[in-house]
Write a protein that binds this ligand. Structure first.
Ligand code: SAH
Ligand code: SF4
Length: 377
């Protein structure tokens, strides 16, 4: 069977090279060709011995999921849909800003967590992505953007695991992908610029702290267990107390860091002043005085099946003020890519909708890339 080299972090690639009788520095060269130069073809790798290239052609490939479609928003946000086989598709979103370029990656096709306000959750779970399918989203986006913007330097400066899926439910495939992002021979991103977002898979938060302590965002969405049980069913397994204790343990491995709490603003559900006050007490209780978190309030992105609505702006402002007045850094997330459904929770990716994915793949033959120059500032 041919190995997909996108499935490996550098150590994994070194093991693979060792099996071919090649030294570690060959793995480093290969890794740089793949991730830094975006090579997908062994013949491009001019500084590798011809004999090695021939061996690689027989035993390996560099294979990313096929692109189904690309949508560019008027604000420069780009959404790509990738075919991951079996009728499943996943989405990746690029968000350009003045001082950074953020890529939002998917970790699963669908999600089993079933959060009430999330359209991915409503679709149910299809399968875990392989390491190669996770890192391929970055590999594709980075090299695609470099080519189309005709720039040689890095374009994506931040990665957030906030697309489809619960990353910590796909732990063993996630970690090598994170390592490739952080590796100086890969994408060289600092661990503070790579964020894993979780709905609160407590045991895996502890493992991530040990294995790869990147920035952590926790989807809180409610200040008490009764409400959180309803919105985020995983809360019935890991209560708020367990979750916040796990946040504290995480920070012990990530000194001088903070946790970002995401809080989706749902009209009349979790957006009243008393909810904000309860959050302040909760944070104070668990932080023993020193505040170690930030809040990111996300205006809910509605979809019909949820039966929920977005909090009005005044509610969100008032909520933010209560948190800020208590000394908690609070931001309100700007909605980006609204015109192309690229905002949080809208990444539904036509999972399990075999016909529609099939149709889109068929259309791919006539697929023409729009000029990406529109995303330049
Ligand atoms: N499964 C992970 C990461 C993916 S979701 C998690 O839940 O954290 C990324 C963020 O988008 C999470 O904070 C999630 O709660 C939020 N989100 C999901 N659906 C949303 C919606 N419809 N509107 C606004 N935010 C949403
Ligand atoms: Fe899954 Fe996150 Fe959506 Fe919950 S919010 S269903 S954990 S993707």
């Amino acid at each position: 069977m041919t190995a997909n080299l996108l499935d490996y972090d550098l150590d994994g690639l070194a093991v693979f090279c060792d099996r071919l009788g090649e030294k570690r520095y060959r793995a480093v060269q290969l890794f740089r060709w793949i991730h830094q130069k975006g090579a997908s073809n062994f013949d491009e790798m001019s500084d590798l011995a011809k004999s090695l290239r021939e061996k690689l052609k027989i035993s390996a490939q560099i294979k990313a999921p096929n692109l189904i479609s690309q949508h560019i928003s008027s604000d420069g946000t780009i959404k790509w849909l990738f075919d991951v086989g079996g009728g499943d598709a996943v989405e990746t979103v690029f968000i350009p800003e003045e001082d950074r370029g953020t890529l939002c990656l998917s970790s699963q096709a669908g999600c089993a967590m079933g959060c009430r306000f999330c359209s991915t959750g409503h679709q149910g779970f299809s399968r875990n992505l392989k390491t190669g399918e996770i890192i391929a989203q970055l590999w594709f986006a980075e090299h695609f953007l470099r080519k189309h913007l005709q720039r040689d330097e890095r374009i994506i400066s931040n990665v957030v695991m906030m697309g489809m899926g619960e990353p910590l439910q796909n732990y063993s495939e996630l970690v090598p992908a994170l390592r490739a992002m952080l590796d100086d021979h890969g994408y060289g991103l600092s661990r503070r610029r790579v964020t894993v977002s979780t709905s609160g898979v407590v045991p895996m938060m502890d493992r991530l702290a040990q294995d790869c302590p990147v920035a952590l965002a926790v989807s809180l969405h409610a200040p008490n267990d009764a409400l959180r049980d309803d919105l985020v069913p995983l809360n019935k397994k890991y209560s708020l107390a367990e979750l916040l204790n796990a946040c504290n343990r995480y920070l012990a491995f990530a000194p001088r860091d903070f946790i970002t709490f995401e809080y989706c603003m749902l009209q009349d559900v979790n957006d009243q002043p008393e909810h904000a006050q309860q959050l302040v007490s909760l944070v104070r209780h668990y932080s023993s005085g020193g505040v170690w978190c930030k809040f990111n309030l996300i205006p809910f992105n509605p979809f019909p099946a949820s039966g929920l609505t977005r909090s009005v702006p005044e509610r969100i402002q008032a909520f933010a003020k209560i948190l800020s007045d208590a000394g908690i850094v609070t931001t309100i997330r700007k909605t980006r890519g609204d015109d192309i459904d690229a905002a949080c929770g809208q990444l539904a990716g036509e999972v399990k909708d075999r016909t529609r994915v099939g149709e889109r793949i068929a259309r791919q033959r006539t697929f023409v890339l729009k000029p990406v120059s529109v995303i330049s500032k």
